[in-house]
Design a protein around this ligand. Sequence first.
Ligand code: KG4
Ligand code: ZN
Length: 338
Amino acid sequence: MIVLGIETSCDETSIAILNNDDVIANLISSQFVHKEYGGVIPELSSRAHLQQILPLLKTALKKANLDISQIDLIAATAGPGLIGALLVGLTFGKSLAISISKPFVPVNHIEGHIFSGFLSEGNPEFPFLCAVVSGGHTLLLLVKSEFEILKLGSTIDDAIGEAFDKVSKLLGLGYPGGPLIQKYAGIGDNFAYNFPIGTSKNKYDFSFSGLKTSVLRVVQKISNDGEFTKSDICNIAASFQKAAVSAITKRIHYAMSEHNVKSISLVGGVAANELLRNDFFSIGKKYNKRIVIPKIEYCGDNAAMIAYRGLQYHLAKKDFSLTANAFPSLSSEIFTLL
Ligand code: KG4
Ligand code: ZN
């Protein structure tokens, strides 16, 4: 089955073509228009998706050497995400499906991330533990089967990627912050500052706002005392990164003591972080479990994961809204549009 995937939930426009679970094309156009604002501006995002979506589709079809009539199924992200941005991809996909008389499947963006581990070699085995770490979400899930996902915990305030982005802004490094923090942390001292690992009533929940505030206090103190040097930036970045990564790995250790899983998967944009990846591989060795982390191109937002999840729904003849309640953050407005 040839599946066309469409992803426009935030600041990446992506079109993918899959031949069953083989990715033939996965084109991602990142929007740099937000850089000067230090964060994503929703209106600019929607406009950029509108500009990019058709040229990307044409390029993807060319790359796959296919005509639009050869597409068997269309899947697009329905949420969660920026409403205007989502509407571009969703409306485009639905209209295209109607025009070529092919089925259309709306896909939950987080579910796309959860199953992105199946796009690379060595799939996770059920049941698996899945940490979703992105700019908008931080979740720890027990994935029992394709359609049975149990939430163990989630962030009670900021998402981990958001924390990386905000700390990067505080340090004057720019947007998106994750890769920049990682770069400066590489030459900093992880132990220069003892930043807190947020805790919560539910031991599986995450909290990153206290960590962010602690970084702010240190930045303010150094600025008040005198000059803010490059070595201060590197040390703060390294100590922050260590605390943020530990917040995730700590919950994985808890989960390993309480749940019997076959694999552990790390997905989402922050899964590109080298320290986090390495710590997950150490966890895999400790518990003798397979660690599945997608290739970098499938960690951040991409349409290949949306096409893959859409295909799973189509083959199982499942209704999208059945699992939607598992993720209350999925905007309710979008359901009235489906
Ligand atoms: O999954 P994603 O592309 O978008 C959302 O669904 O949110 O994740 C984007 C997030 C951003 O916050 C970005 O700073 C973060 O992923 N990120 C990283 C790294 N690369 C991207 N965070 C830490 N280390 C990285 N190497
Ligand atoms: Zn995402």
